[in-house]
Design a protein around this ligand. Structure first.
Ligand code: CP
Length: 316
């Protein structure tokens, strides 16, 4: 592996809290660093000593399959020691505050804390109070930076570049941290972004970010280079935002008929978890244009890059 060039320059952050605050150069630097780590995954012995002696705590207060597993495997491949804590297995259930729980982790010499939390801003709250490196693994409806980075990586890998592409994000944008992080990252790297979904979940206010909002999926699909389907996040909604699932599929679902509108080389993406048959037809999710499993594989390289870069800055 070519040694990633952290010392040369361009990475000075102990925390990764969101994409919004990163420069385009920092985003590209993470993607380039991930290139070097992706090669490690092709070796017979998929391990490097980059974080030997460091301790990583995977602290997931909300459920996760992909992100938690990916961070754990990434840390193991970097030779870090890993501890997993969930909401139900921690003293949060006994009334301990997030700050006190995190202070305990730091007192146990946790170098890196990967936090998923239902409250927007929870990772920033810890980052301002702890010397440990804090990595945001998804906070409320705010940001999910490593998901956006792995999405950008997958697009760049398949299309050669992100700049100039038309990326269409479809579904529940209002409650989606994935959408927010993707919007920031895609615009920084020069893509054109269109958001599509029910007006209740895709308010026109999003246009202030520099994207286009559309309520007509059939008009938008033929010009898309990438479509990214998002799940309806019922767990974050306190009321119904559209009449029903059947209505949603009819108006916004990527059905087999609707997929005929796509260019043959249009990438179909989904961050998961998928509700098959709702936001995307099940066969399309597994079809030739789908890069959903590539996203998962690339997530490992991205998380290795992020842990390597931030873990080298933290000094607990
Ligand atoms: N994409 C994503 O964040 O999935 P998980 O909730 O399974 O981590």
């Amino acid at each position: 592996m070519t040694e990633p060039g952290k010392s040369e320059t361009r990475w000075q952050r102990k925390d990764l809290l969101g994409i919004r605050e990163l420069s385009a150069e920092e985003v590209t630097f993470i993607l380039d660093t991930a290139d070097a780590f992706k090669e490690v995954g092709t070796r017979e012995i998929k391990k490097v000593p980059a974080l030997r002696g460091k301790t990583l705590v995977n602290f997931f207060v909300e459920p996760s399959t992909r992100t938690r597993t990916s961070f754990e495997i990434a840390a193991i491949r970097l030779s870090a020691d890993v501890i997993n804590i969930s909401a139900t297995s921690s003293s949060l259930t006994k009334g301990e505050t997030l700050k006190d729980t995190a202070k305990i982790l730091e007192a146990n010499h946790a170098d890196i804390i990967v936090l998923r939390h239902g409250s927007s801003g929870a990772p920033q709250f810890l980052a301002e109070r702890l010397r440990s490196s804090i990595i945001n693994a998804g906070d409320g409806a705010h940001e999910h930076p490593t998901q956006a980075l792995l999405d950008l990586y997958t697009i760049r890998e398949r299309k050669g570049a992100v700049a100039g592409l038309h990326v269409v994000i479809i579904g529940d944008i209002l409650f989606s941290r994935v959408a927010r992080s993707n919007i920031f990252g895609l615009l920084k790297l020069g893509a054109r972004v269109t958001l599509v979904g029910p007006s209740t979940l895709v308010p026109r206010e999003f246009e202030k970010l520099g994207v286009t909002v559309s309520y007509d999926i059939d008009e938008v699909l033929p010009t898309a280079d990438v479509v990214n389907l998002l799940r309806i996040q019922h767990e974050r909604q306190r009321k119904e935002y559209f009449p029903g699932v059947g209505e949603y599929i009819r108006l916004f679902g990527l059905t087999k008929d609707r997929a005929k509108l796509l260019k043959p080389d249009c990438l179909i993406m989904h961050p998961g978890p998928i509700n098959r048959g709702v936001e995307i037809d099940s066969e399309l999710a597994d079809g030739a244009q789908s890069v959903i499993l590539d996203q998962v594989t690339n997530g490992l390289a991205i998380r290795m890059a992020v842990l390597y870069l931030c873990g080298g800055i933290a000094t607990p």
